[in-house]
Design a protein around this ligand. Structure first.
Ligand code: HAM
Length: 428
């Protein structure tokens, strides 16, 4: 029969067999955040739509083409968050976090929604882990944020990742550069793709991010933004590079790296695996010194990154990096008669109270079928309560890996599975 319901296009179930990846990634990220002095924050999954229109930028693809915006029953214009930074900045303002020691260091993880064209590593609902350091403009914070992202990938045992770095200037020098860029493109408009005509009008910096084949030679020869930074931005960028070199974080400069969100100023960075492709980027971020003011606060600098968990999982699998497996089920309790079922149920309960994972066979299956289930579940032991054991208050305890077994008192099962050495003899 055909399935009546499937998960919506571009969404995925994260099944139990995937969970070890998720647990490992998020556990590693949280541990690092603690080492770096970052604290957890959670913000709502939907916000006022204008938070993103103003924050991320009216002309960005994310807002124009990808945002899940809707009017709720009360008439409010809301949007499922298409990224995490704007919500965290809103929370910083709303909760008076400027009164705390600056910068305020925060991290978060949760679902993000973008009406994207689904493909491998690109979803309409994905999960980001992100951090934000708000309230300090010094380049040490830029280096700290990049170090944290890099350390995360290191701790996850990635190899062959590339950190790309650029500075896209500030309100001072960027307008000057944009004029230079428009002059350059103005003479070459007949050679660029249709999309780039639109970018030329609405958001010229994004010209450098075009993926069309025909635009590549023009991008390659475009005047680099790093040649047009004002003194303050150039100094900031050179200090950042020095800090990264001092802590041995390898990076490459990419003057065409501009990112897809409008709030960035100065530092921008992305981390990419060896495989090509737009959805190859596993993490990215940058400085957003104008964002908090744009959202109605006092001028407050900030910087952060986000990394997509699905893309990390995809790349860990591609690189065949193992992750820790969850602890297996310790004991499966099987029984031969209906009367033994009560005892089996009681034994499972007692073992779980002793912190030993235990399951009882359910239903009226044969002992053979119950043992097959114990194997399928990957249990380390099976306890079998047969007709003979029931009146004696014992169980047959079997170690499933090698078939060793022994008859033990009910009350001794816990001790045996915790310390299995004594008392076992091989099955004849
Ligand atoms: P972003 O580069 O748009 O940045 O997204 C961050 C990461 O989310 C990407 O590097 C990628 O791993 C993942 N990602 C993005 N879109 C998708 C998708 N459709 N499917 C699967 N994964 C995806 C931001 O969102 C900024 N808020 C980062 C930031 C924080 N900047 C400063 N602070």
């Amino acid at each position: 029969m055909p399935l009546q319901y499937r998960a919506p296009r571009g969404t995925a179930d994260i099944l139990p067999e995937e969970q070890p990846y998720w647990k490992h990634i998020l556990g590693t990220a949280e541990r690092l955040c603690q080492l770096f002095g970052y604290q957890a924050i959670e913000t709502p999954i939907f916000e006022e739509a204008s938070l993103f229109t103003r924050g991320v930028g009216e002309t960005t693809d994310i807002v124009q083409k990808e945002m899940y915006a809707f009017r709720d029953r009360g008439g409010d214009e809301l949007a499922l968050r298409p990224e995490g930074t704007a919500g965290v900045c809103r929370a910083y303002l709303q909760n008076g976090m400027h009164n705390l020691p600056q910068p305020v260091r925060l991290y978060y993880s949760g679902p993000i929604f973008r009406y994207d064209r689904p493909q491998a590593g690109r979803y309409r609902q994905h999960t980001q882990f992100g951090v934000e350091a708000i309230g300090e403009a010094d380049a040490t914070v830029d280096a700290e944020i990049i170090e944290l992202l890099w350390r995360l990938y290191e701790e996850l045992n990635f190899s062959n990742l590339t950190l790309q770095l650029n500075s896209i200037g500030d309100a001072n020098c960027r307008p000057v550069y944009l004029r230079v860029l428009r002059d350059y493109y103005g003479e070459r408009l007949s050679q660029v793709c249709d999309e780039c005509h639109g970018r030329f009008e609405r958001n010229p910096l994004r010209l450098l991010d075009c993926k069309e084949e025909r635009c590549q030679p023009i991008i390659a020869a475009a005047p680099p933004i790093t040649d047009h930074l004002c003194q303050e931005c150039a100094d900031h960028f050179s200090r950042l590079r020095q800090y990264l070199e001092d802590i041995y974080i390898p990076y490459i400069l990419n003057p065409c790296l501009v990112r897809g969100l409008d709030y960035y100023t100065r530092t921008v960075f992305e981390v990419t695996p060896p495989e090509e492709g737009a959805q190859g980027t596993i993490g990215g971020g940058g400085r957003y010194d104008g964002l908090i003011q744009e959202l109605g606060g006092k001028p407050t600098p900030g910087i952060g990154f986000a990394t997509g968990i699905e893309r990390i999982v995809l790349n860990l699998k591609r690189q065949k990096v193992p992750v820790p497996e969850p602890s297996p089920l310790v004991i499966f309790i099987a029984y031969q008669t209906a009367a033994a079922r009560f005892l089996a149920f009681q034994l499972a309960s007692a073992l779980r109270r002793a912190d030993i994972s235990a399951l009882v066979a359910a239903g009226d299956r044969s002992l053979k079928a119950q043992m097959r289930q114990a194997d399928a579940l990957g249990a380390r032991y099976a306890a079998i309560i047969g007709e003979r054991e029931l009146p004696q208050g014992t169980v047959v305890l079997r170690r499933l890996a090698d078939g060793w077994q022994d008859t033990v008192q009910l009350g001794a099962v816990a001790r045996h599975v915790q310390d299995p050495a004594p008392g076992f003899r091989p099955v004849p």
